[in-house]
Design a protein around this ligand. Sequence first.
Ligand SMILES: *Cc1c(COP(=O)(O)O)cnc(C)c1O
Length: 362
Amino acid sequence: MTAPDAPLAPRLKKLIRQDVQSMHAYAIQDSAGMVKLDAMENPHRLPAALQAHLGQRLGALALNRYPDGRVNDLRKALADYAQMPEGFDIMLGNGSDELISLLAMACDVEGGSILAPLPGFVMYGMSAQLQGLKFIGVPLTADFELDEAAMLAAIAEHQPSIIYIAYPNNPTANLWDDAVIEKIVSAAPGLVVFDEAYQPFSSRSYIDRIAGHSHVLLMRTMSKFGLAGVRIGYMIGPKALIAEIDKVRPPYNVSVLNYECALFALEHQAEFAAQARDLVEQRAQLLRALGGLGGVKAWKSDANMILIRVPDAAKTFDGMKARKVLVKNVSKMHPLLANCLRLTVGTADENAQMLAALKESL
Ligand SMILES: *Cc1c(COP(=O)(O)O)cnc(C)c1O
């Protein structure tokens, strides 16, 4: 008998894919006792009265039953919230991360590939790798704009099955030039997915332009909206296309607790809209303050995060952490992000603490 905590035996190791063995598990930073500004969470909680009301609703659910048709009430409520056009349909995921995986699974045909600008959201590349599809990363310009010529050349060369456009992008927080985006949509031989995780804070959405296309999907999540703990992502696209992708979705992927919480939040969407307005105002104040900090470059943002460059990212990150402020050091994610940190926009109080820690840690 070997102990259960012994290293994996060679005969069992053989069963696990080599590339999976070489991977690092997604690291979640320990944030106990910290001002947590590393993961684009909405810092606001529900007001106490709404918490109590939600608790009653969740307590009364039939947890002994599988999720039922009420999940369709959530699909309808989200379609209304997003102003989904006629002829389109909506599917739900356990977070948009699940939808990204399902899309790679559904599109796993011989020679299939996924293309996205870099630096970008890590799950696009990871979903390709895990599904055995080729991933093509196309570098942004030094100022994090789309490199039009490089994108169009890569699309022509690789004929990708899926192109991801994070709109706004993570971790750079910006929206890209609409004229370039239209050229990419026109040039795409396969699907184009607009990932609008930051829609509540963004000045533009592609939903206005989706109706004219049969190959464009729009993906969103309730995570940055204020329900990161609930895990609800959704994807809108032409009916026939959504019908195919929905076949690979595990039945009951959205729990009764998830959908009831999400429905509750949409019933109180004015509350969440007010929180988003506050964060957009906080973002403007933060950008003004960062603009006055010597040695710090901050990029414009359409999300609830701000990308900055400092003289020494590791030193600043460690200094801020020692002062109990947790941000994300993205400086090793991609060469274009050298010495960059990603700051999540928090409450006025959290942002003041973050700025003070940043100044002392430069
Ligand atoms: C946070 C994020 C997601 C993931 O959202 P979940 O719904 O929490 O899985 C997807 N895309 C982008 C660009 C993100 O930043």
